[in-house]
Design a binder for this molecule. Structure first.
Ligand code: ZN
Length: 108
């Protein structure tokens, strides 16, 4: 049996991870907007795009689509802030404190 070499395209993998995370955010936002009945029936995640399949009683209205977009976007923005705080806490070490899981605080 010969040797096998494998390699991961890191950037492509990251893009797929982002799409996968987005399906979870989308699922949560759909449940919050349309109701707990929303169940994932399938999905496709690939670099730069995703598809999320679910069954609904009727087509989504524009205001519902906008509400879902706002919810997902708010989570993305929140994570960007968390990521910046995490980077700051690594740089500053023990001076960065986490008051609670909901309220990160970096002391100067
Ligand atoms: Zn998952």
């Amino acid at each position: 049996m010969g040797k096998v070499f494998a390699a991961v395209d890191r950037e492509r993998r990251r893009e797929i991870e982002r799409a996968h995370t987005a399906t979870h955010l989308l699922h949560a936002a759909l449940r919050k907007t349309l109701g707990d009945y929303v169940k994932q029936e399938g999905s496709l995640v690939e670099p730069g795009r995703l598809r999320f399949d679910f069954a609904a009683f009727e087509p989504m209205k524009l205001d519902q689509v906008a509400a879902v977009e706002r919810l997902v976007y708010a989570q993305v923005v929140a994570d960007v802030r968390w990521s910046a705080l995490r980077r700051a806490s690594k740089r500053r070490g023990p001076r960065a404190r986490w008051r609670s899981s909901a309220t990160p605080t970096a002391s100067a």
